[in-house]
Design a protein around this ligand. Sequence first.
Ligand code: ZN
Length: 666
Amino acid sequence: MILQEDIAKIFDATQIVDVISAFVPLKKRGTNYIGCCPFHNEKTPSFVVSPSKGIFKCFGCGEAGNAAHFLMKHEHYSYPEALHYLANKYGISIQERELTEKDKLEQGKKEELFNINEFARKYFSNILLNDEQGKAIGLSYFKERDLSDETIEKWNLGYSKEGWQDFYLHAKKNGYDDEILKLSGLTIEKENSKEMYDRFRGRVIFPIYNIGGRTLGFTARILSSSGKTKAKYVNSPESDIFSKGKVLFGLNFAKNAILKEDLCYLVEGNMDAITLSQNSVENVVATSGTALTLDQINLIKRYTKNVTILYDGDSAGIKAAFRAVDLFVEGGLNVNIVLFPDGEDPDSYCRKLPQEEFKSYIKDKAENFILFKTHLLLEDAKDDPFKRSNLIKEILNTISLIADQIERAAYIQQCSSILNMKEEILNNALTKVLRERLLSKKKLEKTQESSLDSEEKQEYIPEISPKKSQKQILKDNFPDEQQERSIISLLLNYGDKETTQKVIQDDNTEKEEVFLVCSFLIGDILSDDIVFDNPLYQKVFDIYKEYILEKQTLPNLSVFTANEDEEIQNLSASLLMSNYKISDLWGEKWKISVPLPQNSNTINQNVKESLLSLKLNKLERKIYEINEKIKQEDNYEDQLILLAQIKTFKAIKKIISSELKRIITK
Ligand SMILES: [Zn+2]
């Protein structure tokens, strides 16, 4: 928890050019700096940093934000981590929220858990490498699997002896008490006799690390054939530091390679991950044999949006892959899949093939998941009409999980050709699936949170049409998008400038008066009760309004560019940079010019024009809505009232239109 006033201090001290040039080479151009964008591939620079505004924007991919946002995006920091980095860089001392006694106790306990796990990791590793039993059973197992000494050391693999108390006695001798040993799950207390015994016995040990490389717990595999009745794998139990569904085996080693390749290979078994990593496929993580969770998907998403699943080719592997695929799609990731020949898993196949051959196998055989699923199910269904209809349902279900409408449309197109079905039919069926999901979701929410305002829960059901552009979608959602955006842009860019506007006085005569742009815009919009369609714009408007009306001061731009709401950060950074244009004036030389209003005349005109266009749009919609109402109204008198309303609105519309025309043609 960092105090708000400290956050303000951090942003006051932060020099954004300084921060970014530690990662991206920047060149000065006019008042700004320019470089090649680190977030997309480009050869000509379109990444602009404004030191005066403390923000950056890429004109290629649209990424924009403040220094903390840059660090979050580039270094994959969390927001607090980015703030700490900046505080450190600029020598700002942060007063963390006072830790309560309870917090301190909990933190101490976590630290103790890390310590005992580190201690155990070293112990198991020592047994594997130096103990007779460890060498004969554990080490020879890893050697049979072709693991090198370096690999065994890198992953800190270990072995636990077959006795009941080997580890327990060693830990006691080193001063660890029963309490923490029980808490870590490394030893277990017998219920009746209170006797302690080791959880891991006669097993090879795989330490599980967090992203920072600290030991969270262990997975242990049984080797002896006498253990047929025992579980093949045993894990550390859930604790304050370890939760199986929240870690991915090998991520601490793989994260840089994942970033570099912009791709993550996902395998099931720990040995798969270790073997691949040893054979120079380093961007690989394992689910450790557990079912994939959303938390794990979010972990991967911090590094890349591209995942290739490497699963066994048997039916269990395919089933697991199907399940994983739906989760990934829902999480917004691009998923490919590679299946191995029957009887092979990634580990065995990787050891069978020469390194380069294996690498090209997983590259070439990677198939898009939806097409993979469609082909596979089609093979199974053949011409059986019942099976075919189930197959279509199944595929549409997966496609419906894709959040991006354009992407969905592309898949529908591909599936229509594979299945030899009309796109239109698939589209209609998909709309049905989407509607059903929405309805059942609403029903669920209703029962869960019946107290919540139902209007808040209203959700937009997208129409399925492959030809719609992103802009069109935005327009469908927020019909006055463009007009609203220009108002917010004026507020942020010129809110503190002066503007001369005509006002009508009490005696109906016109008079010119000088206002601040922000006061004029906000006053005018409030007096007409205008509400923004796009809730994000409304939020920015409300923040600005609060400063002007309640705090009676102009907001610092960092109120928006360093807002805790990331959407506001992005929007404001984007709008504040939008009046810069990059053009190549002299061949190779890239220059930034400022084409938007600079003098008071253009500001005056822009303010008027934006307000009038917004009002005109809102009026047109109002008139349309009333017209629709009239069609449904049976009562003649009510119809007349509505008609009268339309008449009034049309009269206002006429005045606004002619005023707007006058301004534009002036
Ligand atoms: Zn970019």
